[in-house]
Design a protein around this ligand. Structure first.
Ligand SMILES: [Zn+2]
Length: 364
């Protein structure tokens, strides 16, 4: 056997009828049935099976087909910076790996080809977990991933970015009330961790309810490979693998981390065309002008000020705004603390600050 939780012991790993020998990697596909032209549809999966016992960690990206930074994170973890298999720069040495890494770089393949978030039926796969075997096409994709991959995982990291209209400073989202999820979240090593249980039907929430500790990375925006965000994701996954004992690694964590239960969006009070004056990662003072809004001819009609002193974690990218639109998600933090969080590292135990503002995360 071999396909199951905590496999190892030098046994092979079996996945979808394919045997993966210890110390090797293999490409396997998760069949989804035919497409419109009789084309076989499948989700590509790459499995790296170690030589020592250890956990099964699964990485998923591209559940939202337009969120590409996570896709690149997985690419780099499989093949390194040169994108060539089995060369010196590979992020993971197969012969030294403990446990198994299951990589699913693009869950929503057809959404990616259509350059859209949803599947071809316009449904958000990340609201349909655990899926349905005999359901609609998106429910079947969710079912295939959940039944045939996720259920055999000990841990899961789901990689996302903001929608195309916004960008996110790379941060982890986790359920603060689940200590196993928090172990992963803290190990990942972003300066900011936001609390949320995740929307109903999301992969993360469903996996956690099945006893699989899961965290989510939000990094950058859609439709792009943004290498800063990508490298943050690569480092974070390797940090988690180090923490789980899958690889040997000296983790470098920020000296200060902010555990954010709630943060607050600065919103547009009336519509217009937005000129942002700050970007994700910037520190702003309460009352500081963070954006200008103009009329169609470019004349300034009003400004948007920061409602608090803190760090910009999410920022609007789309200039077209209407009253109520979220402009900037700001996490309360002093300038001095944010400077330390960015510039100093700590080998293990960063100082933590709990932040509990007015709005819940998913209100954007
Ligand atoms: Zn997403």
């Amino acid at each position: 056997m071999g396909f199951g939780r905590y496999v190892g012991d030098m046994e092979s790993f079996h996945f979808e009828g394919v045997e993966i020998l210890p110390g090797t990697g293999a490409e396997v596909s998760l069949s989804l049935g035919d497409g419109p032209t009789g084309n076989p549809r499948s989700i590509p999966v790459y499995i790296i099976h170690g030589t020592n016992p250890g956990p099964v960690l699964t990485l998923t990206a591209g559940i939202h087909g337009d969120e590409l930074n996570g896709v690149s994170v997985v690419h780099h973890l499989i093949h390194g910076d040169d994108h060539i298999a089995d060369t010196e720069d590979d992020a993971i040495a197969k012969e030294k790996l403990s446990g198994t890494l299951i990589c699913v770089p693009v869950v929503n393949i057809e959404g990616m080809l259509l350059e859209q978030r949803a599947a071809p039926d316009n449904k958000d796969i990340n609201r349909l977990f655990p899926g349905k075997e005999n359901g609609n096409q998106s429910q079947r994709i969710a079912y295939a991933l959940f039944e045939r991959v996720v259920k055999y995982s000990d841990y899961l990291i789901d990689l996302h970015s903001a929608p195309h209209s916004r960008t996110n400073l790379p941060h982890v989202r986790a359920n603060f009330d689940d200590k196993d999820c928090m172990k992963l979240a803290r190990a990942f090593g972003t300066q900011i961790i936001l609390h949320s249980v995740g929307p109903k039907g999301s992969l993360r929430r469903t996996a956690v309810s099945e006893g699989i500790p899961t965290i989510l990375l939000e990094a950058g925006t859609a439709h792009r490979f943004e290498m800063d965000a990508v490298y943050c994701g690569i480092e974070g996954v390797l940090n988690v693998m180090g923490k789980l004992g899958m690889i040997e690694r000296k983790n470098r964590l920020p000296a200060v981390r902010l555990l954010v239960r709630k943060s607050k969006w600065a919103r547009a009070e009336s519509g217009g065309l937005l000129y942002a004056l700050v970007q994700a990662g910037d520190h702003v003072e309460k009352g500081q002008k963070i954006a200008l809004v103009t009329d169609p001819l470019g004349a300034q009609t009003h400004t948007i000020e920061s409602p608090r002193t803190g760090v910009i974690v999410g920022m609007a990218l789309n200039p077209l705004i209407r009253a109520g639109d979220p402009i900037a998600n700001i996490v309360v933090c002093s300038a001095a603390k944010w400077k330390r969080a960015q510039s100093e590292t700590s080998p293990e135990d960063p100082e933590e600050e709990a932040i509990d503002d007015e709005e819940a995360l998913d209100d954007a």
